[in-house]
Design a protein around this ligand. Structure first.
Ligand code: SF4
Ligand code: SF4
Length: 180
Protein backbone atom coordinates (compact mmCIF):
# COMPACT_ATOMS: atom_id res chain seq x y z
CA UNK A 1 0.00 0.00 0.00
CA UNK A 2 1.20 3.52 -0.75
CA UNK A 3 1.84 6.11 1.95
CA UNK A 4 -1.18 8.29 2.67
CA UNK A 5 -1.65 12.03 2.87
CA UNK A 6 -1.86 13.11 6.51
CA UNK A 7 -4.72 15.59 6.05
CA UNK A 8 -6.84 12.92 4.38
CA UNK A 9 -6.01 10.57 7.28
CA UNK A 10 -7.16 13.13 9.82
CA UNK A 11 -10.41 13.58 7.91
CA UNK A 12 -11.11 9.94 7.39
CA UNK A 13 -9.76 8.34 10.57
CA UNK A 14 -9.03 10.79 13.40
CA UNK A 15 -12.40 12.53 13.30
CA UNK A 16 -14.11 9.19 13.81
CA UNK A 17 -11.70 8.27 16.58
CA UNK A 18 -10.81 11.25 18.83
CA UNK A 19 -9.40 8.91 21.52
CA UNK A 20 -6.36 11.15 22.01
CA UNK A 21 -8.59 14.15 22.79
CA UNK A 22 -11.42 12.66 24.86
CA UNK A 23 -9.62 11.56 28.01
CA UNK A 24 -9.28 7.93 26.95
CA UNK A 25 -5.63 7.70 25.87
CA UNK A 26 -4.43 10.70 27.90
CA UNK A 27 -5.56 12.70 30.90
CA UNK A 28 -4.05 16.02 29.83
CA UNK A 29 -1.73 17.82 27.40
CA UNK A 30 1.30 19.58 28.84
CA UNK A 31 1.77 23.00 27.27
CA UNK A 32 5.30 23.64 26.07
CA UNK A 33 5.34 27.37 25.33
CA UNK A 34 3.97 30.51 26.96
CA UNK A 35 2.35 31.42 23.66
CA UNK A 36 0.22 28.25 23.93
CA UNK A 37 -0.85 29.26 27.43
CA UNK A 38 -1.65 32.81 26.29
CA UNK A 39 -3.60 31.62 23.25
CA UNK A 40 -5.82 29.30 25.32
CA UNK A 41 -6.32 31.69 28.21
CA UNK A 42 -7.28 34.52 25.85
CA UNK A 43 -10.05 32.24 24.58
CA UNK A 44 -11.29 31.42 28.07
CA UNK A 45 -10.03 27.82 28.17
CA UNK A 46 -9.43 26.68 31.76
CA UNK A 47 -5.93 25.33 32.31
CA UNK A 48 -4.59 23.19 35.16
CA UNK A 49 -1.36 24.26 36.82
CA UNK A 50 1.29 22.28 38.68
CA UNK A 51 3.99 24.66 39.93
CA UNK A 52 4.86 26.58 36.73
CA UNK A 53 3.71 23.87 34.31
CA UNK A 54 0.39 24.37 32.53
CA UNK A 55 -1.84 21.56 31.30
CA UNK A 56 -4.87 21.34 29.06
CA UNK A 57 -7.11 18.81 30.77
CA UNK A 58 -8.93 16.09 28.90
CA UNK A 59 -11.62 15.48 27.79
CA UNK A 60 -10.49 18.56 25.88
CA UNK A 61 -12.74 21.63 25.77
CA UNK A 62 -11.32 22.41 22.33
CA UNK A 63 -12.79 19.32 20.70
CA UNK A 64 -15.69 20.44 18.55
CA UNK A 65 -18.47 18.92 16.53
CA UNK A 66 -17.77 15.84 14.43
CA UNK A 67 -14.39 15.20 15.98
CA UNK A 68 -12.79 18.47 14.80
CA UNK A 69 -10.25 20.34 16.90
CA UNK A 70 -11.65 23.89 17.14
CA UNK A 71 -8.13 25.35 17.40
CA UNK A 72 -6.48 23.00 14.93
CA UNK A 73 -4.18 25.61 13.36
CA UNK A 74 -3.04 26.73 16.82
CA UNK A 75 -3.25 23.47 18.75
CA UNK A 76 -0.55 22.81 21.36
CA UNK A 77 2.73 21.46 20.01
CA UNK A 78 2.27 18.21 21.97
CA UNK A 79 -0.99 17.64 20.09
CA UNK A 80 0.59 18.44 16.74
CA UNK A 81 3.47 16.05 17.43
CA UNK A 82 1.34 13.11 18.55
CA UNK A 83 0.65 10.29 16.16
CA UNK A 84 -0.69 7.00 17.53
CA UNK A 85 0.58 3.71 16.18
CA UNK A 86 -2.65 3.12 14.28
CA UNK A 87 -2.31 6.43 12.44
CA UNK A 88 1.40 5.77 11.84
CA UNK A 89 0.56 2.45 10.23
CA UNK A 90 -2.13 4.02 8.07
CA UNK A 91 0.07 6.92 6.97
CA UNK A 92 2.87 4.49 6.19
CA UNK A 93 0.55 2.54 3.95
CA UNK A 94 0.92 -0.75 5.85
CA UNK A 95 -2.67 -0.90 7.07
CA UNK A 96 -5.84 -0.08 5.16
CA UNK A 97 -8.32 2.58 6.21
CA UNK A 98 -11.04 -0.01 6.73
CA UNK A 99 -8.81 -2.07 9.06
CA UNK A 100 -7.99 1.08 11.05
CA UNK A 101 -11.67 1.99 11.22
CA UNK A 102 -12.45 -1.50 12.51
CA UNK A 103 -9.99 -1.02 15.37
CA UNK A 104 -11.46 2.39 16.17
CA UNK A 105 -14.96 0.89 16.17
CA UNK A 106 -13.82 -1.90 18.48
CA UNK A 107 -12.35 0.62 20.91
CA UNK A 108 -15.53 2.69 20.83
CA UNK A 109 -17.67 -0.41 21.44
CA UNK A 110 -15.56 -1.33 24.48
CA UNK A 111 -15.81 2.24 25.78
CA UNK A 112 -19.60 2.27 25.27
CA UNK A 113 -19.91 -0.89 27.36
CA UNK A 114 -17.78 0.67 30.09
CA UNK A 115 -19.78 3.92 29.93
CA UNK A 116 -22.99 2.01 30.48
CA UNK A 117 -21.50 0.16 33.48
CA UNK A 118 -20.19 3.42 34.96
CA UNK A 119 -23.61 5.00 34.57
CA UNK A 120 -25.29 2.01 36.23
CA UNK A 121 -22.80 2.26 39.09
CA UNK A 122 -23.44 6.00 39.60
CA UNK A 123 -20.35 7.48 37.89
CA UNK A 124 -21.65 9.61 35.02
CA UNK A 125 -19.26 12.56 35.18
CA UNK A 126 -17.95 12.64 31.62
CA UNK A 127 -15.90 15.76 32.29
CA UNK A 128 -13.07 13.69 33.77
CA UNK A 129 -10.84 11.09 32.07
CA UNK A 130 -12.36 7.66 31.60
CA UNK A 131 -9.78 5.69 33.59
CA UNK A 132 -10.06 8.11 36.54
CA UNK A 133 -13.79 7.39 36.62
CA UNK A 134 -13.15 3.65 36.50
CA UNK A 135 -10.57 3.92 39.30
CA UNK A 136 -13.00 5.90 41.42
CA UNK A 137 -15.69 3.22 41.15
CA UNK A 138 -13.34 0.27 41.63
CA UNK A 139 -11.69 1.96 44.64
CA UNK A 140 -14.96 1.90 46.54
CA UNK A 141 -15.00 -0.89 49.12
CA UNK A 142 -16.60 -4.09 47.87
CA UNK A 143 -19.59 -4.95 50.00
CA UNK A 144 -20.65 -8.59 49.85
CA UNK A 145 -24.08 -7.51 51.10
CA UNK A 146 -24.61 -5.53 47.86
CA UNK A 147 -27.19 -6.86 45.41
CA UNK A 148 -25.76 -9.51 43.07
CA UNK A 149 -26.41 -7.27 40.06
CA UNK A 150 -24.12 -4.53 41.40
CA UNK A 151 -21.40 -7.03 42.21
CA UNK A 152 -21.69 -8.41 38.67
CA UNK A 153 -21.48 -4.91 37.17
CA UNK A 154 -18.35 -4.14 39.18
CA UNK A 155 -16.76 -7.38 38.03
CA UNK A 156 -17.62 -6.56 34.41
CA UNK A 157 -16.18 -3.06 34.83
CA UNK A 158 -12.95 -4.50 36.23
CA UNK A 159 -12.64 -7.00 33.37
CA UNK A 160 -13.73 -4.50 30.69
CA UNK A 161 -11.31 -1.81 31.80
CA UNK A 162 -8.43 -4.29 31.77
CA UNK A 163 -9.38 -5.43 28.28
CA UNK A 164 -9.69 -1.84 27.05
CA UNK A 165 -6.34 -0.86 28.53
CA UNK A 166 -4.63 -3.82 26.83
CA UNK A 167 -6.38 -3.07 23.53
CA UNK A 168 -5.32 0.58 23.58
CA UNK A 169 -1.74 -0.36 24.42
CA UNK A 170 -1.60 -2.89 21.61
CA UNK A 171 -3.31 -0.95 18.83
CA UNK A 172 -2.77 2.74 19.62
CA UNK A 173 0.33 3.09 21.78
CA UNK A 174 2.66 0.33 20.63
CA UNK A 175 5.19 0.72 17.84
CA UNK A 176 4.50 -2.75 16.46
CA UNK A 177 1.77 -4.04 14.12
CA UNK A 178 -1.50 -2.33 14.94
CA UNK A 179 -3.97 -4.64 13.23
CA UNK A 180 -4.51 -8.29 13.98
S1 SF4 B 1 -5.76 8.15 18.68
FE1 SF4 B 1 -4.72 8.05 16.68
S2 SF4 B 1 -6.35 7.67 15.15
FE2 SF4 B 1 -7.31 8.36 17.05
S3 SF4 B 1 -7.56 10.59 16.78
FE3 SF4 B 1 -5.62 10.25 17.88
S4 SF4 B 1 -4.02 10.15 16.29
FE4 SF4 B 1 -6.03 9.89 15.26
S1 SF4 C 1 -6.27 20.96 21.51
FE1 SF4 C 1 -7.24 19.93 19.79
S2 SF4 C 1 -5.83 18.28 19.22
FE2 SF4 C 1 -5.27 18.97 21.31
S3 SF4 C 1 -6.37 17.60 22.73
FE3 SF4 C 1 -7.65 19.43 22.37
S4 SF4 C 1 -9.03 18.86 20.67
FE4 SF4 C 1 -7.33 17.40 20.68
Amino acid sequence: MAAKDSQAAISSLCRQCTLCCTGVLFVDVQLQHSREVDFLEERGVDLAWDQKEAYLDQPCDCLGEQGCCRIYEHRPSMCAAFECSLLTSYLGGTVSLSDCQTQVQRAHAMIAEIESLLQALGQDDRSIPLFYRIEEVLAQPWDLAEPALIQKQREKLFEGSGALSAFLEEHFLEKGPSVS
